[in-house]
Design a binder for this molecule. Structure first.
Ligand SMILES: Nc1ncnc2c1ncn2[C@@H]1O[C@H](COP(=O)(O)OP(=O)(O)O)[C@@H](O)[C@H]1O
Ligand SMILES: Cc1ncc(COP(=O)(O)OP(=O)(O)O)c(N)n1
Length: 515
C-alpha cells in the first residue's frame, strides 16, 4: 500500500484541499497523510479567507513525517506564498520522495491570480522537482507564459490543440511531465493529455463532459489519485487512466451528496460504497469463535449421549460399537469423495492440496476400520448397509458438493474434523473420566486415533480454510456457509446418537436435520 503525503491547504467544506486528497488517496487504495500549508475559510460557493501558519511550523510538520515515515509519493496542492513554496522545495530536495505530483493552485475560479510575482517565480523553481504537474487551463497559461512576461495577462487556451501546445512548452522548459486538463474547456468534451517533451510523447485521454455542478476539488482529487496509483505500480499512463476512471465515477455521484448550494464536491467513495466497500467483515478468528459458540448446544448434547458416556468409561457394549464403526466406514467412503470434490473446486493450490490430502486420509481411515475393528471378528454388524442417519448425513454432504460452491462445501465438511478432534482431545484429557485413559480400556486403540496430534493439525488447517473463506465472503454467502456448517453439526449429533437409539428414533433424528 502506497504511503502518500499531501502537502496542501485545508478546505473545511471537505471537497478540495487536504480533505479531498485524503479521501482520494484512500478511495484508490493508499494510506494518506497530510501536512497543512494553509487554512482556508471556504465553502462550495467560494473562498472567504486564508490563514497561512508560519513556515517554521510547516517545516516542523514535514520533518516530523520524514523523520519517521517512508513516503512513497507526495502530492503538492495549495502552496500559498513564496516562503511556503521554498520551504517545501527545500524539504523535497533533501528527502527526494520517489513520486512528486504538483497540482499548482495558482489561479482562482474567478480568474484572479492567487500567487504574487515572487511566489510564481518560486513555483517555477519548484516545477523541476516534480515528476508530474497537473495545471488547469488557466494555470497552464501562466506557466506557459515566459517568466519575464511581466504583467501581461497569460492567454488561456481556447482549444484543446492550444492547450497541448502550452503543455509541450511547459514540459520542455521545466523538464517535467505535464497533464493538460480540459475540465474548463468549452464544449461537450473534457479531455486530458499526458505531455512529456523529454520523450516526445503525448498521450490523450478522451472523455465526454459529465453534466454536473459537483466539480469542486476535481483537480485536487485527480492529482492525489494519480500520485497514489503511480506509487503502486510506477506506470504513469496507466495510473492516469485509472485515476480518471475513478474520478469520472465519483463525478457522476457528486450531486446526489447534496453538499452546499454552489459547486459541490464529487463523491469520492461512490464506487467503493456501491461495490460493498462500506461493509465490515468479521475476522476469521471471530468467525471461528462465533460458529463454535453457535453449535454449543449440539456439542453439549453429544457430550451427554449414552454412546459417548459408554465409550468413555468402557461400558459400551461391543455390538453397538461395531455397528457405529460400520456406519463410520460407510460414512468415510463418501466423505472422502466429497473431500475430493472440495479439492477439485478449491480456488488455490494450497486448498486443493489440503482437501485432496484429507480425502486420502479418509480413505485410509476407512480401510483401517475394515482391516482392524471390522475384520473377521466384527460379526454381523460389519455387513450392515448404511442406516437412515448415515444416509441423511451423506445426502446432505453429497448434495452440497453437487451445488458446486467450494466455500459452502468446506463449511459442511468442517464439523467432522472439528467435533471429533474436540471430543478426542477431551476424552484423552480425562474430561469424561479416568477410564478413557486406561490402556486396558476395551476401545483404547480406537480412542487414540481421535486424539491423534496429526488429526488435530489437519483440523486447525480446515478451520483456517473455512474461516478465511467465510471472512472473505459476502454476508449472504457467509450465511449459506454457516447454515451448511450447523446442519453438518446436527448430523454429527444424530450420528453419535444412532448406535444406541431405537431404529425408528434414529431415523427421526436424522430426518429432523436439514441443511
Ligand atoms: N464536467 C466534467 N466532466 C468530466 N470530467 C471533468 C469535468 N470537470 C472536470 N473534469 C475532469 O476533472 C479533472 C480536473 O480538471 P479541471 O477542472 O480542469 O482542473 P481543476 O480542478 O484543477 O480546475 C480533469 O481530469 C478533468 O478532465
Ligand atoms: C485548500 C484548497 N486547495 C485547492 C483548491 C482548489 O481545488 P482544485 O481541485 O484545484 O480546483 P477546483 O476543481 O475546485 O476548481 C481549493 N479550493 N482549496
Amino acid at each position: 500500500m502506497a504511503r502518500v503525503l499531501s502537502i496542501a491547504g485545508s478546505d473545511p467544506s471537505g471537497g478540495a484541499g487536504i480533505q479531498a486528497d485524503l479521501k482520494s488517496i484512500s478511495a484508490v487504495g493508499g494510506y494518506g497523510m497530510a501536512v497543512i500549508t494553509a487554512l482556508t475559510a471556504q465553502n462550495t460557493r467560494g473562498v472567504r479567507d486564508v490563514h497561512v501558519p508560519p513556515a517554521s511550523f510547516l517545516a516542523a510538520q514535514l520533518e516530523a513525517i520524514s523523520d519517521d515515515i517512508t513516503v512513497d509519493a507526495v502530492k503538492l496542492g495549495m502552496l500559498a506564498n513564496a516562503e511556503v513554496i521554498r520551504t517545501v522545495a527545500g524539504w523535497l530536495a533533501r528527502t527526494r520522495p520517489p513520486v512528486v505530483v504538483l497540482d499548482p493552485v495558482m489561479v482562482a475560479t474567478s480568474g484572479d491570480r492567487l500567487l504574487d510575482a515572487d511566489a510564481e517565480s518560486a513555483m517555477r523553481e519548484l516545477l523541476p522537482l516534480a515528476d508530474l504537474v497537473t495545471p488547469n487551463l488557466s494555470e497552464l497559461a501562466v506557466l506557459a507564459a515566459s517568466a519575464d512576461s511581466g504583467e501581461a495577462p497569460p492567454v488561456v487556451a481556447a482549444t484543446w490543440a492550444e492547450a497541448i501546445a502550452q503543455a509541450e512548452t511547459v514540459s520542455a522548459r521545466y523538464g517535467v511531465r505535464v497533464l493538460a486538463k480540459g475540465g474548463h474547456l468549452a464544449g461537450d468534451l473534457a479531455p486530458d493529455a499526458l505531455v512529456d517533451a523529454g520523450t516526445a510523447t503525448i498521450i490523450d485521454f478522451g472523455g465526454e463532459r459529465i453534466a454536473t455542478t459537483a466539480t469542486h476539488g476535481t483537480g485536487c482529487s485527480l492529482s492525489s489519485a494519480i500520485a497514489t496509483l503511480v506509487a503502486e505500480h510506477g506506470d504513469w499512463p496507466a495510473a492516469i487512466a485509472e485515476a480518471r476512471r475513478w474520478l469520472r465515477e465519483s463525478l457522476r455521484h457528486g450531486e446526489a451528496l447534496g453538499v452546499g448550494g454552489g459547486h459541490g464536491p464529487i463523491n469520492h467513495f461512490a464506487g467503493l460504497w456501491a461495490r460493498g466497500g462500506i461493509r465490515t467483515a468479521p475476522m476469521p478468528t471471530e468467525i471461528e469463535a462465533e460458529w463454535w459458540a453457535d453449535i454449543a448446544q449440539v456439542r453439549r448434547e453429544i457430550d451427554e449421549l449414552p454412546f459417548i458416556r459408554g465409550l468413555a468409561d468402557g461400558s459400551l457394549a461391543r455390538e453397538p460399537f461395531l455397528g457405529y464403526l460400520t456406519q463410520d466406514a460407510h460414512y468415510l467412503r463418501d466423505y472422502a469423495r466429497v473431500l475430493a470434490e472440495a479439492s477439485r473446486l478449491a480456488p488455490d493450490a494450497a486448498g486443493q492440496a489440503f482437501w485432496a490430502n484429507s480425502a486420502h486420509g479418509s480413505i485410509i481411515g476407512e480401510l483401517e476400520l475394515h482391516t482392524g475393528w471390522l475384520g473377521p471378528e466384527a460379526g454381523t454388524a460389519a455387513s450392515a448397509p448404511p442406516d437412515a442417519t448415515t444416509t441423511a448425513y451423506l445426502d446432505h454432504l453429497l448434495a452440497t458438493a453437487q451445488r458446486g460452491d467450494h466455500a459452502v462445501l468446506i463449511a459442511a465438511l468442517l464439523p467432522c474434523f472439528w467435533i471429533y478432534t474436540d471430543l478426542g482431545e477431551r476424552l484423552a484429557a480425562g474430561e469424561f473420566g479416568e477410564a478413557a485413559l486406561d490402556p486396558a480400556h476395551p476401545y483404547a486403540s480406537w480412542l487414540a486415533t481421535y486424539a491423534d496430534p496429526g488429526f488435530a493439525v489437519a483440523t486447525r488447517e480446515a478451520i483456517g480454510f473455512v474461516t478465511r473463506a467465510a471472512a472473505g465472503a459476502s454476508p449472504e454467502h457467509r450465511e449459506r456457509m454457516h447454515r451448511a456448517f450447523v446442519a453438518s453439526s446436527r448430523h454429527e449429533l444424530a450420528f453419535f446418537a444412532a448406535p444406541l437409539a431405537a431404529p425408528a428414533a434414529a431415523a427421526t433424528t436424522a430426518g429432523a436435520v436439514t441443511a
